[in-house]
Design a protein around this ligand. Structure first.
Ligand SMILES: C[S@@+](CC[C@H](N)C(=O)[O-])C[C@H]1O[C@@H](n2cnc3c(N)ncnc32)[C@H](O)[C@@H]1O
Length: 193
């Protein structure tokens, strides 16, 4: 997996025209402007853990990514994350993240994984959420059932596997108005026992 994403980074596969940031057209400051406005109140005082951050300055303001409450993780070292790690290895990166309530954020990453990987990861991350933590997943949506890591673009949609599973968390689709932009924004909080 590491080699695949390193190769994508080096070859600019998601941004060949040079017009967009390395992560592609869905990661420009303009495209993400109102997403950022909607996220800010949800993040509040939490530490923002940006899982699969790519070039963290793509769409986030520098003041934000340079603050102590931001922590970006990616498998590609060259993109300059705060930690180089495979997100699937939750126990590994959790040992390095700052203290305090967390806002786990994963945008345009899960769609590149196999369904079984997404399922296992969702179960683990939600199982590890503390009461004040929040998880935000953002994925490209499509009606296609097809999902393949090899194709590098694999749409997933809430209401179908792997997202229709009961992971012991409630989902609040609070950012509905971002939907026309072909991204599904889901906010997950652990259900109180
Ligand atoms: C399409 S980019 C999205 C970047 C950023 N989240 C955004 O929306 O602008 C996907 C990023 O996730 C990273 N990534 C994918 N799977 C990963 C994994 N298992 N561990 C760490 N990083 C991963 C890739 O290296 C790449 O930088």
């Amino acid at each position: 997996m590491k080699e695949v994403f390193e190769q994508i980074w080096k070859s600019n596969r998601w941004a060949r025209s040079g017009k967009y940031p390395k992560a592609g057209a869905g990661s420009t400051k303009k495209y993400c402007k109102d997403l950022l406005e909607k996220l800010e109140p949800l993040v509040g005082e939490r530490v923002f853990i940006d899982l699969g951050c790519n070039d963290k300055k793509n769409w986030l303001p520098e003041a934000f990514t340079e603050s102590e409450r931001y922590f970006g993780i990616d498998i590609v070292e060259d993109c300059g994350p705060n930690l180089v790690c495979n997100i699937l290895e939750i126990e590994e990166w959790k040992r390095h993240i700052p203290e305090g309530p967390k806002f786990f954020f994963i945008k345009d990453v899960l769609q590149h994984w196999e369904t079984s990987e997404v399922e296992t990861w969702m179960e683990q991350i939600i199982g590890s959420l503390e009461e004040d933590d929040v998880l935000c997943t953002i994925n490209a949506v499509s009606d296609s059932e097809e999902r393949s890591f090899k194709k590098q673009y694999a749409p997933i949609k809430y209401g179908r596997k792997p997202f229709h599973h009961d992971y012991g968390a409630k989902v609040e689709q609070v950012l509905q108005d971002w939907k026309p932009r072909r991204r599904e924004v889901l906010i997950w909080r652990k259900v109180k026992a």
